[in-house]
Design a protein around this ligand. Structure first.
Ligand SMILES: Cc1cc2nc3c(=O)[nH]c(=O)nc-3n(C[C@H](O)[C@H](O)[C@H](O)COP(=O)(O)O)c2cc1C
Length: 196
């Protein structure tokens, strides 16, 4: 039997920055627990925004044919999913929001077409921000939680790091990287125990 797969989304337009380093730590924790891991960098995906056309409410499938097809396949194969993102103007970066909005077919299948909900599986959220504004993480966290619910994810934990701005600044927060690794280990162990 194949090992379960933990899928991680790197949501920053800046490759290998703070949120992606948190994701790498998290995925290494999952690998250590015995799962396979797959990282998708949203910045490398050519995906178009949801058109709100309602097509997925009729068929359960998105009418747009682009690289999101690969993402849907990866999501459907995954035993667990982790989202990582920086905070951009209180929310997630535009590329991440485009990705999240394209999850609408999963919502339509359950809520409009009344198809069975996706199987429950573990999830995780990793967020980083510079700080210096009063708005915190909450407006970035909610869209990730909203999509996680639609995908059937039970969030096993969240790690949030403030005071990281320059690329690589997260290396000055070893405890946060440890927490991300521990979260990955928990998500991985849970994916293994639910994998039949
Ligand atoms: C366009 C833009 C908007 C940002 N908005 C915020 C913000 O609202 N609050 C905040 O704390 N940090 C904000 N930041 C800082 C980033 O969250 C921070 O640099 C983070 O470490 C970037 O993560 P990354 O290295 O994964 O890209 C913003 C950065 C950019 C480029």
């Amino acid at each position: 039997m194949s090992q379960p797969l933990v899928l991680g989304f790197a949501g920053s337009p800046r490759r290998h920055g703070n949120s992606e380093q948190m994701l790498d730590a998290c995925l290494s924790g999952a690998e250590g627990a015995g799962t396979r891991v797959h990282k998708l960098a949203v910045a490398e995906l050519a995906i178009h925004p949801c058109r709100g056309c309602g097509g997925c409410s009729l068929t359960g499938e998105c009418v747009i044919h682009d690289q999101m097809s690969e993402v849907y396949e990866a999501i459907d194969r995954a035993s667990a999913i982790v989202f990582s993102s920086p905070v951009y103007f209180s929310s997630v970066p535009g590329i991440m929001k485009v990705l999240l909005d394209r999850m609408q077919p999963y919502w339509a299948r359950t809520h409009v077409l009344k198809l069975p909900r996706p199987a429950r599986r573990p999830g995780g959220i990793l967020l980083v921000r510079a700080g210096g504004d009063p708005y915190g993480f909450v407006a970035a966290e909610y869209p990730l939680k909203s999509v996680s619910a639609v995908l059937g994810l039970e969030i096993a934990g969240e790690v949030k790091v403030t005071d990281v701005d320059a690329a690589g600044a997260v290396s000055r927060h070893p405890a946060a990287l440890d927490h991300a690794r521990e979260l990955g280990a928990r998500v991985g162990a849970s994916a293994l125990s639910g994998h039949s």
